[in-house]
Design a protein around this ligand. Structure first.
Ligand SMILES: [Fe+2]
Length: 148
């Protein structure tokens, strides 16, 4: 199995770059660019969340027997972030700088806290606990890496 912490931390950074590019474009009222970057960000985040929720978290839950623990919190935060991304897309499509930057600020705080918990605790636990021969995880990590 590839290293979960390394691969997913790298993918978080790739997503962060798209998010920051969209925010920069919004700050300068470059709406077509902002819309393109935030759409690309949404697509990458959806791929990231799908891998975690459908492959990684179930493996963690099976290994630990904890289905109402950290992964439940992460899933809840994912849905909050998806909602905020919708708000960003909506503000960008209306060229509303103030709305965009307000949602962007909330998103940044949530995302940073979420990523810290995953990168600092959950991913290292996955690396320690999960079967290193798990093909689905390896395949999913490679697919995330390949596209960015
Ligand atoms: Fe996550």
């Amino acid at each position: 199995m590839e290293n979960v912490t390394e691969a997913l931390t790298e993918h978080h950074r790739a997503c962060d770059e798209l998010f920051l590019a969209a925010e920069g474009a919004a700050a300068e009222n470059h709406w077509p660019e902002c819309k393109a970057k935030i759409a690309a960000y949404q697509a990458e985040m959806v791929r990231h969340f799908d891998f975690e929720e459908q492959i990684l978290f179930p493996a963690f839950e099976q290994a630990t027997g904890m289905t109402h623990g950290p992964t439940a919190v992460m899933r809840e935060e994912h849905s909050q972030m998806l909602e905020l991304i919708e708000q960003l897309i909506d503000a960008a499509s209306r060229s509303q700088g103030e709305d965009y930057l307000a949602a962007s600020e909330t998103m940044l705080v949530l995302m940073q806290q979420h990523n810290l918990k995953e990168e600092g605790v959950l991913y290292p636990e996955c690396d320690a606990l999960l079967d290193s021969g798990d093909g689905a995880i390896t395949e999913g990590l490679r697919a995330l890496r390949a596209k960015v």
